[in-house]
Design a protein around this ligand. Structure first.
Ligand code: NAX
Length: 330
C-alpha cells in the first residue's frame, strides 16, 4: 500500500467537519488509491464531541483510513500534514465590528500559520474555509513565510457552484455545461460572480440567458446572498455544500483543468488583472494536475465588471489595513 497522506481538518467537530471527514476518509478528496491519516484539531470544549465523531469514523471501517489523530494541540494537528483544511474559526455574529472579528480570528490563524510552518510536510498546501476566509488565509500565510505563497488557498468554490446552478437552471440545462464561471474577490457579499466570461453548452452565458438585467441584478445578488438565504431557511449555515466545495477545490487543484474551464479559488495575487499584490483574491485558476497552477489569462473585464471587482478589492484592502493596524500580520 502507498504511504498515507496526512490531512488536517480544524474545527473538526463542527457542522462542516461532520460533512467533510467521512468524504475524505472514503477517498473522495485524494482518490481511491491514496490512504489518509486524519489529523483533527478542536478546541478543548469540543474534544468530547470530536471523540464521538472519531467513533463514527471508526465505525465506518473505511479501508483507506490509515489513522486518526484527534487533538487540541496545534503542533500535533499539523505534524507531517500535506493538506491543511482550516475550517474552524469565529464567523461574524450580530453586532460584531469588523475589527473585533478580525482580531478574534487573528488569535486563531496566527498560531495556526506558525504551527504549519514548524510542523507540516514540505509539500503542504492549505485551504482556508473558516470566515472571513480570505483574510484569515492572509494572516496565517504571513506567519509562515517558509511556506511558498502559491500553496495558500481560500474557498470561493461554493460561490462558483452556486453561480453555476443559477445559470444552468435559468437556461434549462445541466450544470456540467457551465464553464469558465469565476468568482472574483472576497468570499463575502462583495464577491463578483462573473457571467461575462462564462459559457453554457459552448455558448456565451450572456447570449444563452439573453437577459442582461437579470444577470447584472438578480443573478449576482442571489449568489452573493445565498449563504444568508440558507441560514434563513435552515436555521443554520451551509455545511454539506461547503464541505462539498472544499472537496471540489482540492480535487480541482490536483487534476488538470480542462482548456475550456477554470477553477474559482482565492490565491495570493501576483498583480494579475491589476489586483493588488499579496491579497488573497478569488481568481480564475487553472491547475496543471501535478501541484502547479496559474491565474488564467484572457478574461475580458468591461466597465461593469471592473466596477464590481473594484468593490471587492476595496473590501479586501480594508480588511488587510485593519489587520495591519491590529498588528496581526507577520
Ligand atoms: P461550526 O461552528 O459548526 O464549527 C466550527 C468548529 O470550529 C467548532 O466545532 C469549534 O469548536 C471549532 N473551532 C473554533 N475555534 C477553533 C480553533 N481555534 N481551533 C480549532 N477549532 C476551532 O461552524 P461550521 O458551520 O462548521 O463553519 C465553519 C466555518 O466555515 C465558519 O467560519 C463559516 O463561516 C465558514 N464557512 C465558509 C464558507 C466558504 O465558502 N468559505 C461557507 C460555509 C461556512 O459559512
Amino acid at each position: 500500500m502507498t504511504t498515507p497522506v496526512h490531512v488536517t481538518v480544524t474545527g473538526a467537530a463542527g457542522q462542516i467537519g461532520y460533512q467533510l471527514l467521512f468524504r475524505i476518509a472514503s477517498g473522495q478528496l485524494l482518490g481511491p488509491d491514496t490512504p489518509v491519516v486524519l489529523r483533527l484539531l478542536e478546541i478543548e470544549p469540543a474534544m468530547k464531541a470530536l471523540e464521538g465523531v472519531v467513533m463514527e469514523l471508526d465505525d465506518c471501517a473505511f479501508p483507506l483510513l490509515a489513522g486518526i489523530e484527534a487533538t487540541s494541540d496545534l503542533d500535533v494537528a499539523f505534524n507531517g500534514t500535506s493538506w491543511a483544511l482550516l475550517v474552524g474559526s469565529v464567523p461574524r455574529k450580530a453586532g460584531m465590528e469588523r475589527s473585533d472579528l478580525l482580531g478574534v480570528n487573528g488569535g486563531i490563524f496566527k498560531p495556526q500559520g506558525e504551527a504549519i510552518a514548524g510542523h507540516a510536510a514540505s509539500d503542504v498546501r492549505i485551504l482556508v474555509v473558516g470566515n472571513p476566509c480570505n483574510t484569515n488565509c492572509l494572516i496565517a500565510r504571513s506567519h509562515a513565510p517558509e511556506v511558498p505563497a502559491d500553496r495558500w488557498f481560500s474557498m470561493t468554490r461554493l460561490d462558483q457552484n452556486r453561480a453555476e446552478t443559477q445559470i444552468a437552471k435559468r437556461v434549462g440545462t445541466g450544470v456540467a455545461g457551465v464553464k469558465n464561471l469565476v468568482i472574483w474577490g472576497n468570499h463575502s457579499s462583495t464577491q463578483f460572480p462573473d457571467f461575462a466570461n462564462a459559457t453554457v453548452d459552448g455558448v456565451p452565458v450572456v447570449d444563452a440567458v439573453n437577459d442582461r438585467a437579470w444577470l447584472e441584478g438578480e443573478f449576482i445578488t442571489t449568489v452573493q446572498k445565498r449563504g444568508a438565504a440558507i441560514i434563513e431557511a435552515r436555521g443554520a449555515s451551509s455545511a454539506a455544500s461547503a464541505a462539498n466545495a472544499a472537496i471540489d477545490t482540492v480535487v480541482s487543484l490536483t487534476t488538470p483543468t480542462p482548456a475550456d474551464d477554470c477553477v474559482s479559488v482565492s490565491v495570493t495575487s501576483r498583480g494579475e488583472y491589476g489586483i493588488p499584490e499579496g491579497l488573497t483574491f478569488g481568481f480564475p485558476v487553472v491547475a496543471d494536475g501535478v501541484g502547479g497552477w496559474s491565474v488564467k489569462e484572457g478574461f475580458e473585464i468591461d466597465e461593469f465588471s471592473r466596477a464590481k471587482i473594484q468593490l471587492t478589492v476595496d473590501e479586501l484592502v480594508g480588511e488587510r489595513d485593519e489587520v495591519v493596524k491590529l498588528g496581526l500580520l507577520g
